[in-house]
Design a protein. Structure first.
Length: 153
């Protein structure tokens, strides 16, 4: 099985760029037009700025990531790249199907943030990989991933 979430990541990036454009446009309108009084301009600018900052903080905390999975050979291959600004390192996890010991889905942040924790067999016992963000994965892909990984446990 092979899949990725490229389409969702493209949508999230478009949304981010549109929000930046809307934010800058509103700030220009507030400060360079005569539609609002001085106090109204300041209040509206602060309100819009707070909403924009909260959206960015929540998005940063949820950590949307590009995610790709393949299990067609003797290995399980996970590739992922965080969409956070200044954190776009490409990462990959390659696990032999015989060394795969299990997995766990972990939800946090009111159910908006979801991580995958992989377990592997080592000489010293069971080891956990660092969490992989699945927040930008559709429910269909999460179900497919779960079904595929259950085959190898």
């Amino acid at each position: 099985m092979i899949f990725d979430n490229r389409d969702i990541i493209l949508r999230l990036n478009k949304r981010r760029y549109i929000l930046i454009l809307v934010y800058v446009t509103l700030m220009v309108i507030f400060f360079f037009s005569g539609f609002f009084g001085e106090n109204q301009r300041i209040i509206l600018a602060i309100l819009i700025s707070v909403i924009y900052i909260i959206y960015n903080i929540v998005s940063y905390h949820i950590n949307f990531s590009y995610f790709s999975f393949r299990d067609d050979q003797e290995f399980l291959m996970f590739r992922f790249v965080s969409m956070r600004p200044f954190d776009s390192n490409k990462k990959a996890v390659k696990i032999s199907k015989s060394d795969f010991a299990g997995f766990k889905f972990e939800k946090s942040f009111f159910g908006f943030k979801e991580n995958l924790i992989l377990n592997i067999k080592t000489k010293k016992g069971i080891a956990n990989y660092p969490p992989i963000s699945l927040s930008a994965l559709s429910q269909k892909h999460k179900l497919m991933l779960k079904q595929s990984l259950n085959q190898f446990v």
